[in-house]
Design a binder for this molecule. Structure first.
Ligand code: G3P
Ligand code: CA
Length: 252
């Protein structure tokens, strides 16, 4: 009886770890389906939901600070006006996101999430590669963050080239909204760990070919349960999702 119980327990634990290790739900801009995107509350919610990884977008300000925000212009997501990159930090501190929170510094999000979950930093703004590496180096050196807990990605491939030149070990993901097969060449050159395509550009053949070339696939942005299941069934390694708890609704 005891043996049978232990066997069932072993099978359940194995099944759970298999499910977790083979299909990652990445909390897109935190848990933006529940909280203001790229805000501290959004990242807190993602942690509360045990997200395996959080994703965020960064820009650098003219005064040198790295901030977490998605759009080039402030207008749609905050009470600020015009291009984010024209704001010195002391002015940006006066800006409120649409739910009243402030725009977080990258360091504030790292302080919140480091050692609790993996972190995907998307280099959204120009000239972000170097300041991001400088900041991360401080966290690595102080032991607050492990290098294998970070993934640097960008649609701006020149920022990824610079990232690799600055750090030959940091995990890189190649973001693309084009045919993902066209990203294989740069993925090889930069020794990337993943190609991160728009999910609608994927089919089984492309998934298999990208895997055969040695890269993982993290597809964006997948919220619908049917689409999530389709990605999982094709063997995609992970998806960016606004609802990081949706993985529990999928079957194997
Ligand atoms: O990195 C995946 C996804 O975040 C890319 O698109 O526009 O949401 O930054 P976007
Ligand atoms: Ca992003």
């Amino acid at each position: 009886m005891k043996k049978a119980y232990l066997l069932v327990l072993y099978i359940c634990i194995s099944a759970m770890s298999y499910a977790q290790s083979t299909f990652k739900i990445i909390a897109h801009r935190g848990a933006m389906g529940y909280e203001m995107q790229n805000s501290i509350n959004s990242f807190k919610k993602a942690l509360e939901l045990n997200a395996a990884m959080i994703e965020l977008d960064v820009f650098v300000l003219p005064t040198g600070e790295l901030v977490v925000f998605h759009d080039e212009e402030l207008d749609a997501l905050s009470d600020g006006r015009g291009p984010l990159e024209s704001y010195p930090y002391h002015k940006l501190q006066e800006v409120r996101l649409n739910d009243g929170q402030s725009i977080p510094l990258l360091s504030e999000v790292l302080d919140l999430c480091a050692s609790k979950t993996a972190i995907n930093i998307e280099l959204k703004g120009a000239h972000t590669a170097q300041p991001v590496q400088e900041l991360l180096t401080d966290y690595f050196n102080s032991g607050l963050l492990q290098i294998d807990q970070v993934l640097i990605s960008s649609f701006k491939w020149e920022e990824l080239e610079l990232t690799r030149a600055l750090n030959n070990k940091i995990p890189i993901g190649i973001l693309t909204d084009q045919d993902p097969l066209k990203a294989i060449e740069i993925a090889k050159r930069l020794s990337a760990v993943s190609i991160n395509p728009y999910y609608k550009t994927l089919d089984q053949k492309k998934v298999d070919l990208i895997h055969a070339n040695g890269f993982q696939l993290y597809a964006w942005t997948v919220n619908d349960i049917g689409d999530l299941q389709k990605m999982k069934d094709m063997g995609v390694d992970g998806v960016f999702c606004n609802y990081p708890d949706r993985g529990t609704e999928l079957h194997r």
